[in-house]
Design a protein around this ligand. Structure first.
Ligand SMILES: Nc1nc2c(ncn2[C@@H]2O[C@H](COP(=O)(O)OP(=O)(O)OP(=O)(O)O)[C@@H](O)[C@H]2O)c(=O)[nH]1
Ligand SMILES: [Mg+2]
Length: 243
């Protein structure tokens, strides 16, 4: 083991406190934009969800299946976040919904300012559903409020049961967990009950739906959860309570 000098330790402490201050400033600025987004969304009765997960858990596939299942009964729009490519927005448009792709470049998450600008560009309808697919990453998106009603975390059964314990911030920030790719369970050693128990250990209030974007298992429950959220958002609109 090597011993560091007092000077080196003091320097590290100063740079750590600078990093903490910088992070606090970034998050405070983000929270200001998130509040503005939230005011806008609630004024127009829009129900916004922020879908977060590790890469490849099935966010876009779930969104495509959701759009097809809603079949035009619910006005909606999608904001897609990826470091590079327009691929996911193209998949959403092919399913028949308006979508705007944000490329974050080196960034590992969407922030509230990006989402606010995308909302303006999309021109959201009153009483609509806004689905935001965040950059695939179980760490950074947990800290960034986008002004959404709920974070929805997607955990797929190929990722291992212990992800809620390893990435607790994401699971405590979410209100709903979609346990996806359940069609694969017969072929895996994944213990779904244990994964859900771990998630509840981190967040006892977390709602859970076992789902498969491929077989359609759990889709009815997910669509019902969305419809209820849309109805509540529309009913809570200031204008709605006047009428
Ligand atoms: N078996 C099975 N495969 C699925 C399911 N959902 C998605 N997939 C597959 O998982 C892979 C990744 O799906 P995507 O929808 O692109 O995942 P994503 O989370 O949007 O990925 P990123 O945007 O890159 O983070 C694809 O090959 C999908 O076909 C599911 O329920 N069951
Ligand atoms: Mg995707």
């Amino acid at each position: 083991m090597r011993f560091r000098s007092h000077e080196a330790k003091a320097e590290t402490a100063v740079s750590t406190s600078r990093i903490v201050k910088l992070e606090q400033d970034i998050l405070a600025k983000n929270n200001g934009y998130a509040e503005a987004n939230r005011r806008y969304l609630s004024a127009y009765g829009i129900f916004a969800l922020n879908l977060v997960s590790s890469p490849g858990s099935g966010k876009t596939t779930l969104l495509v299946k959701t759009i097809l299942a809603l079949n035009g009964t619910q006005p909606l729009a999608v904001i897609e976040g990826d470091q590079q490519t327009e691929n996911d927005a193209a998949r959403i448009r092919a399913a028949g919904a308006p979508a705007l792709q944000i490329n974050t470049g080196k960034g590992c998450h969407l922030d509230a300012q990006m989402v606010g600008q995308a909302m303006q560009q999309l021109g959201l309808q009153d009483d609509s559903l806004l689905l935001i697919e965040n950059v695939g990453n179980l760490v950074c998106p947990a800290s960034f409020d986008l002004g959404e009603a709920h974070k929805v975390v997607i955990l797929s059964v190929t990722e291992g049961e212990d992800k809620p314990l390893k990435y607790p911030d994401m699971f405590s920030a979410a209100d709903l967990m979609l346990l996806n790719k359940c069609d694969l369970l017969p072929h895996l050693e994944f213990d779904a009950d244990l994964a859900i128990e771990y998630a509840h250990r981190i967040n006892p209030r977390l709602q859970v739906i076992r789902i498969s974007a491929i077989s359609g298992e759990g889709m009815t429950e997910w669509l019902e959860w969305i419809r209820e959220g849309c109805c509540n958002a529309a009913a809570a609109k200031p204008e709605a309570s006047l009428g």
